[in-house]
Design a protein around this ligand. Structure first.
Ligand SMILES: Nc1ncnc2c1ncn2[C@@H]1O[C@H](COP(=O)(O)OP(=O)(O)OP(=O)(O)O)[C@@H](O)[C@H]1O
Ligand SMILES: [Mg+2]
Length: 187
């Protein structure tokens, strides 16, 4: 039985940040949330770390990652159908599972953070690259687990050359172009 329905005329969508660890996904998701707040646009953030903390961490094998991506994708498409902008920040390294989520959603905006591995490794805010290089951590994307870049993402942002404000302005421009955001910010 179909229990869900679409709410009114509000436009929901899914903004899906994908990229290497430390490429800037969480930082940009949080900055985008701040901007959406000012624009009075309904949004919800689904961050990989937060979801793992809340629902359980089933590890970083290919199978576990794909299940994690599908679970978050399922939640995101449900939010989207009810007029919410779902802001997802997840390494989501495998193309097939991102494409599976895309096919579940109505308006799926894949934002690929193309920040080079060398820059991500230099940043290493959680010390994960260091632990992976020393052999202490297995299945680390970019070191011992592959990352498959998107083929046709809606947006590509290299955070090594574009600052946070610039990245957010480009995402907002995309949202306005697609009619997901209208109006001016309340200050
Ligand atoms: N233009 C930029 N956009 C985003 N982050 C930036 C930028 N310039 C520098 N940074 C820095 O890069 C780091 C990115 O860390 P962040 O936790 O956002 O990465 P992540 O992609 O979410 O990593 P993970 O996959 O491990 O969760 C932060 O320390 C942030 O301050
Ligand atoms: Mg993060």
């Amino acid at each position: 039985m179909e229990r869900s329905r679409t709410m009114g005329e509000r436009n929901g969508c899914v903004i899906w940040f994908t990229g290497l660890p430390a490429s800037g996904k969480t930082t940009l998701a949080n900055a985008l949330a701040t901007r959406l707040e000012l624009l009075s646009a309904p949004y919800e953030c689904l961050d990989g770390d937060a979801v793992r903390n809340a629902l359980g961490n089933f590890g970083f094998s290919e199978e576990a990652r794909n299940l994690h991506v599908r679970s978050v994708g399922f939640t995101a498409q449900a939010l989207e159908r009810h007029g919410v902008i779902a802001v997802v920040s997840l390494v989501s390294p495998f193309k097939a599972s991102r494409d599976a989520v895309r096919s579940m959603c109505r308006s799926f905006f894949e934002v690929y953070l193309s920040t080079p591995l060398s820059v991500c490794e230099e940043r290493d805010p959680k010390g994960l690259y260091k632990r992976a290089r020393s052999g202490e951590l297995a299945d680390m994307t970019g070191v011992s687990s592959r990352y498959e870049p998107p083929v046709n993402p809606e947006l590509v942002l290299n955070t090594a050359v574009s600052g946070v404000e610039d990245c957010i302005a480009r995402i907002e421009a995309l949202l306005r172009e697609r009619g997901m955001v209208t109006g001016e910010a309340c200050v």
